[in-house]
Design a protein around this ligand. Structure first.
Ligand SMILES: [Zn+2]
Length: 397
């Protein structure tokens, strides 16, 4: 085999007629050396005309390669005048299948910018290659198998816009993502779910959303579970922080105690078991000098217990005790919070039967950061969402 036939074997049906190398580019000119085949599979000896096509090829010896290829338009007995099919390049593509395959291998490893530098292919073209790749790897949604869902919203584009993500609580597969967080924004998911909506037993979500109404409108058998972690975060913001600042402000004369309480945010918000010995004794000191802080902290810890009951009856009973203690405390931010929580009680009690939470989706925020760091086109939401779906394909049921 001569050198030229060896190289020509890379491009089936074509042979090298010329090659040229500079420091930055290898140019190879190819001409057909076999009968043309139509896209439909029929071969034809009747050439309508010749055209030149420039294609990017995988690098050789660390140098980008450009192919200048003479292609034929043929008279096909079935299709009429058609461009011939070439086995190593897709119709209308500006790169060979080999280069495309190479880029696909690099995509999970490198930012697009680097792949662009390595291959000489434009950023935008690489992104399109990635989109096609992702559409192949993202698993189809098993609509009829779905029973338990989790949904949550997350901020995209520096917190100015929101997206809603819906996942299978059992497999953790991300099923759907859409811009926005209103009922109307998430409706397309339920429209796709169709009659399978009747199979949905439970949906976990944050209580401060429009999601529950939309779920109830579409899923006649679904129970709602409100997520503990969102409620705890809200309690921290609206109750613990408020009480702490109020108490610190009342200590105008005692500057030292005031500073102490102001600095206690972290230990007050943490679970006791997550504190070290020193932090625990700090917490105990703070609580022992201030009744309001102590009561608020205690009731905050008891609130969490509502999510860990063995039965819904037990949860209901615990709520009633809690409700009474809150009212007796006389601590206004706590009472206000509890009043707002009450309409959501059904979804708190239900957590005794369904131990679901939106932590399933916790990884998504990290993934978004990673996607941004990799410089992928997160402004192209289609692409951005595909990336997230591909990152959360779910585990076997
Ligand atoms: Zn044809």
């Amino acid at each position: 085999m001569s050198n030229s036939t060896f190289l020509s074997s890379f491009w089936e049906g074509f042979q090298i007629v010329k090659s040229h190398k500079t420091d930055s580019l290898i140019t190879i000119t190819l001409k057909p050396d076999s009968t043309a085949v139509c896209q439909c599979g029929r071969s034809s000896n009747s050439v309508h005309d010749y055209q030149w096509r420039v294609l990017k090829e995988a690098m050789m010896f660390d140098t980008p390669v450009e192919l200048v290829v003479q292609t034929r338009r043929i008279n096909c007995s079935s299709c009429g005048v058609k461009t011939e099919a070439i086995s190593w390049v897709a119709p209308y593509s500006r790169m060979t299948n080999r280069l495309k395959g190479y880029i696909e291998k690099l995509l999970p490893l490198l930012p697009i910018k680097h792949i662009s530098e390595l291959t000489g292919v434009h950023w935008h073209t690489i992104k399109e290659v990635d989109k096609h790749r992702l559409k192949r790897v993202v698993p189809t949604v098993p609509w009829s198998d779905l029973r338990q869902l989790v949904m949550d919203e997350f901020a995209i584009f520096k917190g100015h816009r929101y997206a809603t993500v819906i996942a299978d609580a059992q497999t953790h597969q991300v099923l759907w993502i859409g811009i926005g967080r209103s009922r109307k924004d998430i409706r397309p998911f339920f429209e796709e779910l169709g009659d399978n909506a009747a199979n949905i037993e439970v949906v976990a979500m944050d209580m401060n959303t429009a999601f529950d109404l939309e779920v109830q409108a579409h899923c006649p058998n679904a129970r709602i579970v409100y997520d503990l972690f969102h409620v705890v975060a809200k309690f921290g913001r609206e109750v613990m922080d408020r009480v702490r600042v109020d108490q610190a402000n009342q200590l105008k004369t005692d500057k030292k105690a005031r500073r102490w309480i102001k600095r206690s945010r972290w230990v007050l918000l943490k679970n006791r078991e997550n504190l070290n010995i020193k932090q625990q004794s700090y917490l105990d000191e703070i609580l022992s000098i201030n009744r309001e802080l102590m009561v608020t902290h205690l009731l905050g810890a008891q609130l969490k217990e509502l999510w860990y009951c063995d039965s819904e009856e037990q949860a209901q009973g615990l709520w009633e005790i809690w409700w009474q203690q809150v009212n007796e405390s006389g601590i206004q931010p706590l009472i206000n919070f509890t009043k707002k929580l009450k309409p959501y009680l059904h979804g708190i009690v239900a957590s005794a039967s369904y131990h679901l939470n939106t932590c399933t989706l916790e990884g998504i925020n990290n993934k978004i950061k990673l996607i941004k760091r990799m410089g992928y086109g997160y402004r192209d939401t289609d692409y951005f969402f595909l990336k997230i779906k591909a990152a959360f394909p779910g585990k076997p049921r």
